[in-house]
Design a protein around this ligand. Structure first.
Ligand code: MLC
Ligand code: AMP
Length: 415
């Protein structure tokens, strides 16, 4: 553990990062999860800014935990392939200036937005926490004009809300400012068509929607020039092999997206079995996402994920099973199923269906959140709850989450 206030640290870190592996940590995660990441990655040092030094020093002292997220290892060669593809596709230049508001523990923030900008020699300006009013203020400023913004759909929903809530006298200036940026991109989750349409109305162009994954980098994207078709994620980036494979293992126009190419990850950290299972017999990585190719010219349209246990909230991919594990470990909770419910702003919100121990009479959502808070990042805390005497299960003892959603949240069932 180094004191980042000292002069020698920059040089030491440059050396370590050249030869070692950098693992980004998210400060929103509870201590027990950060301890897991530090432990599992075999971290030999923690780099922290002075304001987080104390917390990080404590974490460095006491390691050990029970949660099991999977680490994804990228090589410099793979990252270079990712960034080079995007720099070409999106015309990055040294004169670009990106306003960066994404968290840095995900590929969207660290690779797509930050590394591309740095490799292109462009200016990367960080706004450490996304705030719609501050983004609007910044893009309207003429000093060091911003030319690129990248966001998840939730950020666009917030920016549109802020625009619609602004006085009519301000809206003209906001529209003009939005139109000065040469590129607005959107990804990490499906962007609702009304959001894309509203943003096109404000900024003069449909945001460039693209699709990717931590393991693979960006796979599909609408073009910089040419038709950006709303509701699609465009075409494969040139250096990749992308195919759709159906349930009968046939390659065709609809099915699971599978991909291979130099930009893919090297392996899951210390998990050769998971790495092997991630690929099919022909060496394609199996994304678990379904898509269809359609239209003229043919573009890819996302159909969703194969698993109901993956929730996309605010662009974060969240495992329902991880949350269930944490909630079940709380005293008083007998059974638990976690679901995503559709939401206009966040894509999905997290709902917990619980059955309580016989001697527990009552549990409010606020209680549940307070008790789960030490074990889950704030953005993974359930915001909806339903309590049943027991969870309905089929003959095999499994919970049917679609049926449970209809039972507990009938007004929110996806169309
Ligand atoms: C959220 N929180 C954070 C945080 N993200 N705290 C610290 N650091 C972070 N990075 C806190 C919030 O402040 C809030 O705390 C609580 O967690 C709930 O957050 P939320 O549910 O996310 O809502 P909100 O605060 O409204 O934030 C919305 C948002 C955020 C859109 C700004 O969700 C966000 O930054 N999303 C980006 C996710 C992302 O980068 N995904 C890319 C994955 S890579 P409190 O105390 O106020 O309740 C990928 C591949 C690809 O998918 O294709 O890109
Ligand atoms: P992560 O594992 O956090 O990198 O999240 C990757 C997942 O985000 C993908 O497997 C998709 O399910 C989803 N995703 C990313 N971009 C898009 C998009 N443009 N449309 C729909 N889903 C997306």
């Amino acid at each position: 553990m180094c004191d980042p206030g000292r002069d020698y640290v920059a040089a030491t870190w440059a050396t370590w990062l050249q030869r070692g592996i950098a693992v980004p940590l998210c400060l929103a995660h509870p201590d027990e999860e950060l301890k897991y990441v530090l432990n599992d990655s075999g971290a030999s040092a923690i780099l922290a800014s002075p304001s987080h030094f104390e917390r990080m020093a404590d974490l460095g002292k006491a390691l050990g935990t029970t949660v099991v997220p999977v680490g994804v290892v990228h090589t410099h060669r793979g990252l270079h392939a990712q960034t080079s593809a995007l720099i070409d596709a999106w015309g990055w230049q040294a004169k670009d200036h990106i306003l960066h508001t994404l968290p840095l523990h995900h590929v969207h923030g660290i690779v797509v937005a930050m590394l591309c900008g740095l490799q292109a020699g462009a200016a990367v300006e960080f706004m450490p926490r996304f705030s719609p009013s501050r983004v609007w203020e910044r893009v309207q400023s003429s000093a060091d004009p911003v030319s690129i913004f990248m966001g998840v759909p939730t950020m666009y929903a917030f920016l549109i809300n802020a625009y619609e809530g602004a006085p009519a006298t301000s809206q003209g200036g906001m529209r003009e400012a939005a139109r000065r940026l040469r590129l607005w991109t959107c990804g990490s989750a499906a962007c609702p068509k009304p959001t894309l349409a509203a943003w096109a109305e404000i900024s003069g162009a449909t945001p460039l929607e693209r699709y990717g994954m931590t393991e693979t980098g960006m796979i599909l994207g609408n073009p910089l020039c040419g038709e950006r078709r709303v509701g699609t994620v465009g075409l494969p980036f040139p250096a990749l092999g992308v195919r759709l494979v159906d349930q009968d293992n046939k390659v065709g126009k609809e099915g699971e997206i599978r991909v291979r190419g130099a930009q893919l990850f090297k392996e899951y950290w210390r998990n050769p079995e998971a790495t092997r299972d991630a690929y099919d017999d022909e060496g394609y990585f199996q994304t678990g996402d379904q898509a269809v190719v359609e239209g003229d010219p043919p573009y890819y349209r996302m159909l969703g994920r194969s698993s109901v246990d993956i929730i996309k909230h605010g662009g974060y991919k969240i495992s329902a099973l991880d949350i269930e594990g944490k909630l079940l470990a709380l005293p008083g909770i007998q059974e638990c199923a976690v679901l995503g419910l559709p939401d206009d702003t966040y894509g999905e919100v997290i709902a917990a269906v619980l059955a309580l121990d016989g001697d527990v009479k009552e549990l409010t959502l606020a209680d549940l959140r307070a008790r789960a808070a030490p074990h889950l990042p704030a953005y993974q805390l359930p915001s909806r709850m339903c309590i049943l005497p027991a969870l309905p299960r089929n003959a095999l003892g499994k919970v049917n989450k679609k049926a449970l959603r209809a039972l507990c949240f009938p007004e929110q069932v996806k169309q």
